[in-house]
Design a protein around this ligand. Structure first.
Ligand code: SF4
Ligand code: SF4
Length: 332
């Protein structure tokens, strides 16, 4: 039997800031809310969200025999997460300033699994970082890491929403499980709702991906243009305003050091960049998924869609900190 406190100790040694241990079960209420949200068409062109909904809300269907979910989080706050000066026209979501977190978190989870496997021979399970239909936010609440904020993101008391999640689904049982995080600490705050520049947060706990700048700048678009408000990749407007993010510490892991500073870069610098410079400087960041041409197009939203960039963005894993990651309703 797995010892929960030992798992947490090893997770901390691996570099994770938070770790909770949850029992795998079906989250029927969350599934019902998610289906209702899909029914309203709020997922826009993110058609993959319609598939595997049953698996998304029952980890046991994803990993046969899964009993224990180890939910890990790491804080990634950097300078860009504090927001941009008024009128800045080349804004980038702060998670995209560092090495692609899929790479970093996957390596950390594999290290954690190896440490556990050394202590529990025969340990079986899988690691997940945005790579499968898995309700990561719901699992994080279940593991006691935080609550769902009004902008529909996981909010942790210490690191706010500037956390990246990764999970191990294991077939062994643990000696104890964390209590789910009860309630919300948002109080009467509505800053995230009021800060959304595009009207995607008309209803609390429900992002309308059709209007979300994050989706429009990162994911494939098939339903017209919106005003991007100066964002060229992602959007942090409903996060940089959150009081929990304001008081959150800067990231501690060097792997999340920014590789560039978008606060100091204006449109001219982006437009003058060529592919070689982009690859050399930003090739390891999530921006590489989008490509330079698409970023430059987002600086000139009146231009024709860049078919190459849009096609390249299609069929990729959903970005955790973008529209689809934040779009799903409370508890997803
Ligand atoms: S990420 Fe989407 S929901 Fe959040 S502020 Fe930006 S446009 Fe609004
Ligand atoms: S901005 Fe306010 S309402 Fe939104 S998640 Fe943060 S505390 Fe909650």
């Amino acid at each position: 039997m797995l010892v929960a406190e030992r798992i947490k100790l090893l997770a901390a040694r691996t570099g994770f800031d938070l770790c909770g241990v949850a029992s795998c079960r079906r989250f029927a209420e969350s599934e019902a809310r998610f289906r209702a949200w899909l029914g309203k068409g709020c997922h826009a062109s993110l058609g993959y969200l319609e598939r595997n909904v049953d698996k998304r809300f029952d980890p046991r269907l994803l990993v046969d025999g899964a009993r224990t979910a180890v939910v890990c989080a790491v804080g990634y706050k950097n300078r860009a997460g504090g927001g941009y000066p008024e009128g800045h026209r080349a804004k980038v979501a702060s998670y995209a300033c560092a090495t692609d977190y899929h790479t970093t978190l996957r390596a950390m989870l594999h290290r954690l699994f190896a440490l556990l496997a050394a202590e529990y021979p025969g340990l079986a399970g899988r690691a997940f970082v945005d790579t499968a239909p898995l309700s990561e936010k719901r699992l994080a609440v279940e593991a006691g890491l935080g609550w769902i904020g009004r902008q529909s993101l996981l909010v942790t008391p210490r690191f706010g929403t500037y956390v990246l999640l990764g999970e191990l689904l294991l077939t062994d049982e643990a000696d104890r499980y964390d209590a789910p995080f009860e309630g919300s600490r948002c109080g009467s705050c509505r800053r995230c709702l009021d800060s959304c520049p595009s009207g995607a947060l008309a209803e609390p706990y429900e992002v309308d991906a059709r209007r979300c700048i994050s989706r429009h700048t990162v994911e494939r678009e098939t339903d017209g243009r919106i005003d991007l408000g100066g964002w060229i990749f992602g959007c942090d407007a409903c996060q940089s305003c959150c009081p929990y993010n304001r008081q959150a510490p800067m990231h501690a892991l060097p792997a999340f050091d920014p590789l560039f500073d978008p606060v100091a870069m204006g449109p001219a610098e982006w437009l003058a960049m060529d592919e070689a410079a982009f690859d050399a400087r930003l090739g390891a960041t999530p921006l590489a998924r989008s490509g330079l041409r698409r970023l430059q197009r987002n600086l000139r939203p009146e231009a024709e869609p860049d078919a190459g960039g849009a096609a390249a963005a299609a069929n990729r894993c959903p970005e955790k900190k973008t529209a689809d990651g934040g779009a799903a309703p409370r508890g997803e």
